[in-house]
Design a protein around this ligand. Structure first.
Ligand SMILES: Cc1ncc(CN)c(N)n1
Length: 216
């Protein structure tokens, strides 16, 4: 079994629990309160900048030059393309600034950046994979099962349910599988741990937006 398959099995339950989170179900039917989406968008815009920085660190440290190029492209997409979606929402939802990074976003980006900088690069690759893969699965799930008419959040759904994103995600999974196959059992184990931690953080990111969780 591939590393990605056995590792996904370990987060399957967590992934299923994401699908029933109020943030996701209300985003899907368009009933998510505006202020919760605004909070999410502002935090996610900050997240994407630092996610892009983590991807750039991985690009610089990748063993294979073709992987370097791939992670450079991911970094650019996170900052330029995904963030364009946020700018659309900033205008549409009356947001003027991103504001301060709140605790869950803060924890998540610092986990990603320290892993990308200090752990073996294979572990960094595994740490950023849920950011691709979980969003793809959640995007597909909403796109295929939970669409509603006149949803104010349709553009978000289209971004993550789209074909272009699917290709990038599959590539990131393949790179992790090849990397895992070539590395040591100890590093493979750390890859799995990092993947699980990031998956848990994805859950908390949506939960924090729903609860409007801020520093006290
Ligand atoms: C928190 C989070 N994780 C992942 C993604 C998708 N790149 C995102 N936009 N935001």
């Amino acid at each position: 079994m591939k590393w990605s398959e056995s590792t996904w099995q370990q987060i399957e339950e967590r992934y299923e629990s994401i699908l029933t989170m109020p943030f996701i179900t209300e985003l899907s039917d368009g009933s998510l309160p505006r202020e919760k989406f605004q909070f999410y968008m502002a935090q996610d815009s900050l997240y994407l900048e630092h996610f892009g920085r983590a991807l750039s660190l991985i690009a610089a440290r990748a063993h294979q030059i073709r992987d370097t190029l791939e992670y450079m492209r991911y970094a650019e997409t996170a900052i330029v393309v995904e963030n364009a979606l946020h700018e659309f929402y900033f205008d549409d939802f009356g947001l003027t600034e991103r504001g301060k990074m709140q605790p869950v976003c803060h924890h998540y980006v610092h986990f990603l950046k320290s892993t990308a900088a200090l752990d073996p690069v294979e572990v960094g690759m595994a740490a950023v994979l849920p950011c691709f893969w979980i969003y793809k699965k959640v995007g597909d799930h909403i796109y295929n099962n939970l669409q509603s008419d006149n949803n104010p959040y349709q553009k978000w759904i289209d971004t993550y349910g789209g074909e272009e994103f699917a290709e990038a995600v599959q590539k990131a999974i393949d790179i992790c599988d090849n990397t895992a196959a070539e590395t040591t059992p100890a590093i493979r184990e750390k890859m799995t741990e990092a993947f699980i931690t990031a998956s848990i953080m994805e859950y908390h990111f949506w939960e924090a937006a729903y609860d409007l969780k801020m520093w006290i």
